[in-house]
Design a protein around this ligand. Sequence first.
Ligand SMILES: COC(=O)C(/C=C/C1=C(C)CCCC1(C)C)=C/O[C@H]1C=C(C)C(=O)O1
Ligand SMILES: O=C(O)CCC(=O)C(=O)O
Ligand SMILES: [Fe+2]
Length: 360
Amino acid sequence: MAPVPSLPIKVGHIDDVQELRKAKPATVPERFIRDMADRPKVVPNLSSSLDIPIIDLSKLMKTDKDEVMQLKTACEEWGFFQVLNHGIDLNVVEDIENVAKDFFMLPLQEKQKYPMAPGTVQGYGQAFVFSENQKLDWCNMFALGVEPPCIRNTKLWPSKPVNFRETLEIYSREVRKLCKTLLKYIAVSLGLKGDVFEEMFGVAVQAVRMNYYPPCSRPDLVLGLSPHSDGSALTVLQQGKDSSVGLQILKGQTWVPVQPITNALVINIGDTLEVLTNGKYKSVEHRAVTHKERDRLSIVTFYAPSYDIELGPMAELVDEKNPCRYRRYNHGEYSKHYVTNKLQGKRTLDFAKIQSKTSN
Ligand SMILES: COC(=O)C(/C=C/C1=C(C)CCCC1(C)C)=C/O[C@H]1C=C(C)C(=O)O1
Ligand SMILES: O=C(O)CCC(=O)C(=O)O
Ligand SMILES: [Fe+2]
């Protein structure tokens, strides 16, 4: 069953950030201004030695042992990597970026024909806002359920730009194939049979979220997207070609920027794989920051098991040295839990954590 909120909720007025930007105020409304501790440090964007790993899918597909090892290290130590030679035609990648951009550039009135109702996650607006005093992200979102067909709300699939629907169908088909391929090698890297996730997931749930972050006069005060981990098994993130560097991942205590690489896609491990691997592969906290002059577009696909399945740490990854860290649960329930709570770092996964006696 698709997750829905059970009670009507009051979220107050949510400004559309593109409209705010058009007015070009020197400061930003109070509701976007973060508490001191949550504000991003604005530092020059220098490439550092702390860059997320790069994985070449064409090498993985030849079961190159070194590449499988690199994948394992990426999933254990970073929870993020960029994939090169991902096999998706570059025209498909370019087309989705163009229709996403064209959609966000439509007049507000046109976009508001597809509203994200308070407390829901599909349509145009801001997701994860559940109260009148919650801080807002400097981001406009457009999210749609794609697969299986029963999660689609076709009334929210826009008629403009005219090629939006067809382009999203083609893109989603390709990304679905990529997710299946990556999950195969992720299984191999864990020493498991390549088809273990495909067999376990049933008809996988797939959703897309397009995030548009206009420039912000005070990037030091706001966040583009609040810190969170993804609820999916795997996430595929495409950064717009001329977009600002905005994605940051939390490595230890440091927010590390993800430097875009031409023609690469960013992949991250979601909460579901963290649970299945008993914490061996990490769903890492990340956020987006804004830029004073430049905008940012990201197109994000969430790939997850069918709502019907029950899951928990796989028996092969639990032993005396690695005691079971998560309980078993129904994935539909976790999806509902995820989409009915605000983004709050890694806290959403407390839903499944078994509190060990020694942890605080
Ligand atoms: C704004 O939406 C999200 O960020 C989001 C929602 C995804 C979904 C839809 C848009 C349609 C119905 C299915 C689903 C809940 C996946 C994030 O999704 C994460 C959270 C879970 C759980 C997941 O699998 O991806
Ligand atoms: O824009 C980005 O890079 C971050 C997007 C993201 O993390 C998400 O949509 O879940
Ligand atoms: Fe994310």
